[in-house]
Ligand binder design. Sequence first.
Ligand code: PEP
Ligand code: MG
Length: 754
Amino acid sequence: MSGLGISAPRLLLRKLHQVMAAHGDAEQRLNEIVRLIANNMIAEVCSCYLRRAGDVLELYATEGLKKSSIHQTRLRLGEGLVGDIAARARPLNLSDAQSHPQFAYRPETGEEEYHSLLGTPILRGGRVIGVLVVQNRTRRTYTEEEVEALQTVAMVVAELVSSEQMVAATEFSDTAGNATLPHHVTGRVLAEGLAAGYALLHEPRIEVLHTISEDRAQELERLNSAVSALQSSVDKLLTATNTLFSDESKDIFEAYKMFAHDKGWLKKLQDAVKTGLTTEAAIKRVQDDTRARMKEITDPYLRERLSELDDLANRLYLHLDGRKQIDRRNLDKDTVVVARNMGAAELLDYDRRHLKAVILAEGTRSSHVAIVARALGVPVVGQCKDIGESVEQGDFILVDGEHGQVFLRPGDDVQEAFARSQGQRELRQAKYAALRDKPNISKDGIKLSLNINAGLLIDVDHFPELGADGIGLFRTELQFMVRSQMPKIDEQTELYSKVLDNLNGKPVIFRTLDVGGDKLLPYLKTKAEENPAMGWRAIRIGLDRPALLRSQLRAMVRAAAGRELSLMFPMIAEVSEFLEAKAILNKEIERASKKDSGAPTKVRVGTMIEVPSIIWQLDHLLREVDFISVGSNDLMQFFFAVDRGNPKISDRYDTLSPTLLTLLREIANKCAKADIPLSICGDIAGRPLEAMALLGLGYRNFSMSAETLGRVKEMVLSADIGKLESFVNKLCGARDHSVRDQLRAFARDHSIIV
Ligand code: PEP
Ligand code: MG
């Protein structure tokens, strides 16, 4: 098996093409293929294992091993070398396979004579559907070209195995290979609601329907024209991007452009096509290669660069034959977006009329994508680990964002049960709607303020239907995130005016831009940071780039001319930051008062409490602010040192831990003493049991996603706050991990609806 030059795989591919094109039994063709591979690669053995139901790999065809072992030899995923290749989805190249600790001897095959082994997974749509192996008697290490050649051949086998004929002939129809069966996935509720729609994969997947090309010259032309289309679209992106921080963002776009024109990358693609692959197969081959390299590289900078190449491969695929790209902004049917993870801005990119639900392999409840989804009323089920492997583009999906369930390709009975759940949910919503006009007063007569968190005009349009007291948090960054360019002062002014108009005198608190961390603006590309949540974000950007903060404050002041304005700053870590920001605001107020349009009649300025350090400066801060709003999402993140976006640790600490409750009580007590209005606008304000605990700690003003308002109101109306206060106060002293159970028992015993 001497090194294979470019001509050897070409010859093999041509022969394989003839086999593929021939009529006849699929299994016979598979036999013919393994014979051809063995001959062409000068191997004594070539075997093909396919994945069957129950994650078993079964020997389907072999040249060299005993024929009687066909359909007899089976290995579980992870068992033996074949099982290992399948489980890791990576090739294995061994000069002495039998001395490998994973080696599992199967006497029926007669493989004891063979020492060296090269195996590669057979992949289809990113899933392992089998393993292709060659073996030799001599102890030898296969060359890189040979590994690549076998990987290419594995693509051809994947095509054959997935052909209808093969599926029918071999009953090869398990969930791994042929995703047509119903499938159920359990995840976590990140945004409530129930919805149905058709799957749209957020990260495009390269589908290789045909591996071997009919006409190499023509294929090369296809590749080249796709490459030109890609290059010009990337160039356009670069010129169209009106960057705010031009130097920093330019680097990134330039690097991207450089890759699109990278000669090495293009040559690899062309070489693959020249060996006889279709363009799709060539892109896939080169992408698989990049991914394999990525797994081995630990340097974050290089990994980032390689991931750009990976992304470019996806884009190139979309440019093939002017393929109709899915226009996210104009979807034509009810859609469930399936992604590994995504940023809030990407979610906003989808057509809101048809975006019905989102399923994420990762994601946490306090990640910004979840917050935005809740604002939009789009259910999200996250932490569905293997969702990417189970779903196909266009699959019908039911998303139960109440219990964290996802039903792929559901049968009639599941669809009927789901429709019943939808009915019950509507009844509940009707019950909440009926509470709408009831005043927000607790059972023991204490007046409360229930507000919503908002950020888009649609929230404001629906405001009158909600029965909320006001908007306790207006996340202005969402407006910045939905645009491809920085909104001008006039545009910002218009938005803030509309919000104030629609609220018709009811209170609204604008928060200045809180970007950075996981909230990225397409035109504000910043350098990658090691710890973005603790990095250059929110007020830190505002103070370092005062022009940005100033323009936003100017827009707010203008919008509120002749009426009241309330605004707050995010991520304040010390009093001096607040004072600095307020000084910029004061200049804007002064400036406006000299103009004809005039200044607001009153301006109330507050801060978010999100960074623990400010709590130890509260005595000073409370002398400067008009109000305080607790952002418990970030506060919890920094208090427990637990990344709010990391599902691995998102359950490690409970929001109802006595330490966090004690901290929240401290804030409430200080504000009460200083007579400074206090509210809470993090996720916990919208969860009935948590909100009940907050009532006991002295919180009277809550701001939450509109979706949760009804439930919290129901709790409030049934709560006796006097009794709650003494109970929750006692709990603060507990040393438990969580006091959730105690609070639940209290609610049950006192008929509080949570
Ligand atoms: C918070 O941190 O609790 C908060 C309300 O702000 P955001 O979720 O937008 O970071
Ligand atoms: Mg925050």
